[in-house]
Structures are given as structure tokens and as C-alpha cells.
Design a protein around this ligand. Structure first.
Ligand SMILES: [Zn+2]
Length: 81
């Protein structure tokens, strides 16, 4: 798979159930979070505002989310979701 495709690949965040770019997922305590959840976890743990801008940037578009949802359905249909 092309590295560009991997960056654009969407995964569902287990915490908020929203799609996020795979390349933008963040790890904390062995768990994988989307940018929104990561920021919320960081801020609730530290009691400080997340002050860096690395969580900004493009978020998945409606078209990308629709395509990922279709892929997910296709996998579910063959029992590999
Ligand atoms: Zn999330």
C-alpha cells in the first residue's frame, strides 16, 4: 500500500466512535485516541490546556467518511468487521 494511502486511511476511534485519519491517531497509556479524545484526555489528566497545534489540520471529509463507512459495511457483510 502506498504510504500516502495509509496516511489517508480512516479508522474509527473506539472512544468517541468518530472516524480519524490513521496517521493522526495518538497513543497514550497504550490506548489509541483520535485527536479530539487525546486532547480531552490530556487536559483532564494534567488540568492544563493542550497548548500545541499538532492536533490541528484537516479532518476527514464527508466523502472520506462515507467511503470508510461503505468499506466497514462491506467487511461486516463478509464477517470480518
Ligand atoms: Zn475519539
Amino acid at each position: 500500500m502506498d504510504p500516502k494511502d495509509v496516511e489517508k486511511m480512516l479508522v474509527r476511534c473506539r472512544h468517541c466512535n468518530r472516524f480519524e485519519y490513521w496517521a493522526e491517531m495518538r497513543w497514550r497509556h497504550g490506548f489509541c485516541f483520535c485527536r479530539k479524545c487525546y486532547k480531552a484526555v490530556y487536559e483532564s489528566e494534567t488540568g492544563k490546556l493542550y497548548e500545541w497545534d499538532d492536533l490541528d489540520g484537516p479532518t476527514p471529509s464527508a466523502e472520506e467518511i462515507a467511503a470508510a463507512t461503505e468499506t466497514e459495511k462491506a467487511y461486516a457483510a463478509i464477517g470480518r468487521g
